[in-house]
Design a binder for this molecule. Sequence first.
Ligand code: 5GP
Ligand code: MN
Length: 339
Amino acid sequence: MIDAAEAIHSLLSASQRVLLISHVAPDGDAIGSMLGLKWLLEAQGRAVVAANQDGVPYLLRSDQVAPGWQSVVHAPVKPRRPGRGYDLVITLDCSDMQRLGKTYSPSLAHAPLVNIDHHITNLGFGAFNLVDPAASSTAEIVVRLAEALAWPIGPEAAQCLLTGIVTDTQSFRVGNVTPALLGMAQRLMESGASLQAVNEGVLDRRNVDTICLWGQALNALHLEERIIWTAIPLAMRGRCQGVEQSDSGLANFMAGAEEADVAVILTEREDGLVDVGMRAAAGFDVAQVALALGGGGHPRAAGCSLRLPLEQAVQHVLGALKGALAEQRRANAAVEGQR
Ligand code: 5GP
Ligand code: MN
């Protein structure tokens, strides 16, 4: 970690104009890690632009949870005037370059690309990769970087980074929450960040259209070979206009089903793609299935997008999952047998 921090430090020392990019359909960690790093770099005297293809989701458009959210650029980023281009591009929470969406263009390729991420499926696409699948969140890696470099963390940076950590861990409820992470969260709170603001303002908050869509999606549940799944066709979404792409609350809720090892939501999009969100119970892994389907993620939370009609996407994903789960159950049973 120190070596990685040192290598990034020398890149940063040589850079004046830095472009930060996080993933399409951003979540709290995408926005929080990006804005947190923006505040930190600006405090070091750098000129920073933070960009995201899809802008900031409505729950994060709040000074309480994501101070500086108004500064996020969501048009495709063009290089500045000749001679004034970015001299460093940093991607956050992106496991592959597709996740950058339209924000990244080949005209940015003159600048070194630093890839900061915590997905186990990260493809290592940067010139420099700071990737730690054991980290709870990309925000955690940014805090470690700041602390290794002895950068002060002001209240705004602290809030953005705590938002990233808390949203990705569902408020410290998942497996990669360590004593070290709790200590880090304590330091961020001591720097002025509010934990309650993230719990109440992001994790526990959603609009009525979203609740209405959950109702319809839950009405259409299927349970098949310990896979709990539902599909959301465009027509279902059409009755709930205020729903944004990045709501993962329903998938997390379905993942609690006792009778299932995996939960899946397939959402039809207007551009012809189907978004697939998957969750796995302890002892199961959906990251490799997602990677094989062109996406990525973590062992217990992963996703992909498929260019298929919804019905075919359902069959394709269920087929892939049934095969992978059968293999994982055999492997789990073999381990049990050895005990
Ligand atoms: P969610 O279901 O909450 O949208 O995503 C769960 C996890 O899978 C997140 O870590 C997210 O970054 C990752 N993920 C979701 N969709 C995609 C995708 O299309 N491509 C990649 N590489 N990762 C994805
Ligand atoms: Mn993340």
